[in-house]
Ligand binder design. Sequence first.
Ligand code: SAM
Length: 215
Amino acid sequence: MSQPTFTKDAGQQAKTIQQYYQWQSKIYDLTRWSFLFGRKKIAELLPVDRQATLNVLEVGCGTGFNLQRMAKFFPNAKFTGVDVSADMLTIARQNNQASLSRMEFVEAPYGPDGVNFPGQMDLILFSYSLTMINPQWSSLLDQAKLDLKPDGYIAVVDFHDSQFQWFKNHMGNHHVRMDSHLQDYLERNCRPNYNQSKKAYLGIWEYLLFVGQPK
Ligand SMILES: C[S@@+](CC[C@H](N)C(=O)[O-])C[C@H]1O[C@@H](n2cnc3c(N)ncnc32)[C@H](O)[C@@H]1O
């Protein structure tokens, strides 16, 4: 059995996700710690000077979990969080009160047909966003390549794959595609500094941690 099909239209993708997070945003921070693994690790894997004045973009920043953590990790960095969900961004602002002067939030889809930042970023993070952006995810990675400065890094933490079709179908019902597609694409288009998939819950699924520079 294959996974559910995803709409091709970027505007429709954004609308579907906005609706999904109208309610999910209320329970997001209470629940996601139990299955969005690797988010605490990703900042530690970045091969950049922690004191540097970096421009950091998180695509699909959600409730700002990563921004909060990275603001502590990189005290001189400036952050931009892009997300299509106003409900998630409201919580992101609340969660990041201490660092708001260094943060900008943009409510829009990211990508060639949405908001983008050509040549401006030192680091672009995708944390559990790409597997929800179907089927446009690869055009967002291509955009990230254009938005990075020459020595910039792309970091991805996300679902990778599962050997259980019932689990993939369950995740498909939550708009998530997981069939190794991110790692395949990243390996073809980036030079990796870190590239590992790890087991979650004794192997019900695997998640991906990737840091690299575009080829
Ligand atoms: C699973 S959440 C991840 C949130 C956060 N990065 C984290 O790690 O907790 C996925 C986020 O991606 C956002 N998103 C989905 N499609 C998007 C798009 N096309 N452009 C920007 N953000 C998008 C959703 O609204 C949601 O907040």
